[in-house]
Design a protein around this ligand. Sequence first.
Ligand code: G3P
Length: 214
Amino acid sequence: MKFFLDTANVDEIREAHSMGMVDGVTTNPSLIAKEGRDFKEVITEICEIVDGPVSAEVISTDTEGMLKEARELVKINKNIVIKVPMTIDGIKATCRLSKEDIATNVTLVFSPLQALMAAKAGATYVSPFIGRLDDLAQDGMQLIEQIVEMYSNYAFDTEIIVASVRNPLHVLDAAMLGADIATIPFNVLGKFASHPMTDKGLKAFLDDWNKAKK
Ligand code: G3P
């Protein structure tokens, strides 16, 4: 399973990268805005840190506008993936970009049929938002299960990025279902790196060691 980091914060990316936990990065307009930095500058810096797919999202809502932005964004780095919203215009843009061999990530996916359309349009990645479904008392992980089965039934190449991950259990469940990728906020990655029994055990080892030395 690949881990992407869901952030535009370069310090977080550097830290997770030093642990070998960053196979790629996903950003969105909200995450970029949070950093208060120039969009292209941040994306360029991320690409210098990580040698893997880096999703940069278009802001246009019409196909032509999306294509224009995409063609500019891909000039930044060979690893840029164009993130497009799951709309009819986004699907048209995905279809066109796929024919030009430009990698795409169809985002804001909330239903299996949206994911099916994205795959048929030739999306490289699809991003179902599980946390936001859970927020509505709908089972986000059930959506992942449906997409995994559907893509496997027809051997689609589109990779599933489990997105809107809010807690470690989301990552565990996604891994058990065989999802290709989880895009993980930095604070969630930190949560599943540690365990109270690890801390307790380490403290006991070191206390025993120090006692024996006296
Ligand atoms: O990967 C999508 C993500 O950034 C959205 O997460 O927590 O705002 O639903 P969230």
